[in-house]
Write a new protein. Structure first.
Length: 352
């Protein structure tokens, strides 16, 4: 049985990736997560007694801990989801982004390198370090064109700059030390278990509460949306068959303006909650002052992962959004507990 060290596996995408691994059933996951505000043990509640999932509360920057975990569990691959991930928070407080995304990734790389150097030849050859990154490193597009793997980096927010820096470190650990790294740059994700500060779960929570739905600027900013399970399957595919040292862009070919996203959600909510006193939900929309430096458009050209690794998304934006809304309607207690923080203090397994 292969063993993966998954970092940030109590967060949104990492949590969904752990769910995918547990469904597949043939790998063990050592899940290292610091449990920041964005890490929620409730997401992993189904695996509390599953011997294939070991949860460790700790920081990717703790080299003693990471080195111990790599050796103790004889890890075959590292999948790095751990990050500060919210652009607005990076504008208000960039330090945590530099700490985890830049210094933390550096530290994790160095721990992985030491461990990898000590492996026997066969296991060295098979080892992988997969770094999960974002399309935001490429900056903002005009009305035409898409980001490819060779697009020059032009990050505009403290978040994207910190992710760009981490991507460069990962690249250099391959070129300089030979560490078998893979980097994925993905567009905006949506789906179950996303902290309700990001657009889609935030709008659902506010609409259900009858609160105003804040839309930045004119609502015309465009993102290329991908259902989180499709992203997780793409990461799995890159881990399996990606070529070390390569970058793979991942996207859903589903460009929508923020306004279109909110309008679609409001329509789905009107249908899903016909007796809501807040219908029609789109009356709750409220345009607010734009985010400083707000990138206008992101779009991903995913040809490389599609042709080289045979990956395709399975959800359209409409089917994925309907599934997402159904999940949030069925799991309002999850949203309530992450919002009020009442899950804090309930720990899942080891602490460090
Ligand atoms: N959400 C998106 O749309 C999106 C799109 C593309 C790429 N990404 C990237 O995917 C990764 C995961 O994003 P997400 O949306 O799941 O983020 P998230 O904020 O939901 O989760 C991040 C997780 O990392 C943990 N963490 C933070 N700092 C840590 C540290 N120092 N040590 C250990 N754990 C730590 C948190 O506790 C949390 O569980 C990030 O690297 C992000 O940049 C996200």
């Amino acid at each position: 049985m292969r063993t993966l060290l998954v970092t940030g596996g109590a967060g949104f995408i990492g949590g969904n990736f752990v769910h995918l691994k547990m469904r597949q059933g043939d790998e063990r996951v050592i899940n290292l997560d610091k449990l920041t505000y964005a890490g929620n043990p409730d997401t992993l509640a189904g695996f509390r007694d599953d011997p294939r999932h070991v949860f460790i509360e700790g920081d990717i920057g703790n080299q003693a801990l990471v080195g111990h975990l790599l050796r103790e569990y004889q890890v075959d691959a590292v999948v790095n989801f751990a990050a500060e991930s919210h652009v607005d928070r990076s504008i208000d407080g960039p330090a945590a982004f530099i700490e985890t995304n830049v210094l933390g990734t550096f530290s994790l790389l160095d721990s992985a390198k030491s461990y990898w150097n000590a492996l026997d030849a066969g296991r060295r050859e098979a080892f992988r370090f997969l770094h999960v990154s974002t399309d935001e490193v490429y900056g903002s597009l005009g009305p035409n064109g898409k980001f490819t793997e060779t697009t020059a980096y032009a990050p505009n927010s403290p978040y994207s700059a910190s992710k760009a820096a981490s991507d460069h470190l990962v690249r250099s650990w391959h070129h300089t030390y030979g560490l078998p790294v893979l980097t994925t740059n993905c567009s905006n994700n949506y789906g179950p278990y996303q902290f309700p500060e990001k657009l889609i779960p935030l709008m659902i929570a506010k609409a259900l509460a009858g609160e105003p739905l804040p839309i930045y600027g004119d609502g015309g900013n465009i993102r290329d949306w991908l259902y989180v399970e499709d992203h997780c399957r793409a990461i799995d595919r890159v881990l399996e068959a990606g070529r070390p040292g390569e970058v793979y862009n991942i996207g859903g070919d589903s460009e929508r303006t923020n306004l279109e996203v909110v309008d679609t959600l409001c329509r789905l909510l009107d249908e899903a909650v016909p007796d809501s006193p807040h219908r029609p939900h789109d009356q709750l929309k409220q345009f607010v002052t734009d985010r400083p430096g707000h990138d206008r458009r992101y779009a991903i050209d995913a040809t490389k992962i599609q042709t080289e690794l045979g990956w395709q998304p399975t959800e359209t934006f409409e089917t994925g959004l309907a599934r997402t809304l159904a999940w949030y309607l069925d799991n309002q207690a999850w949203t309530q507990r992450v919002t009020d923080g009442s899950y804090r203090g309930e720990r899942l397994g080891g602490q460090a």
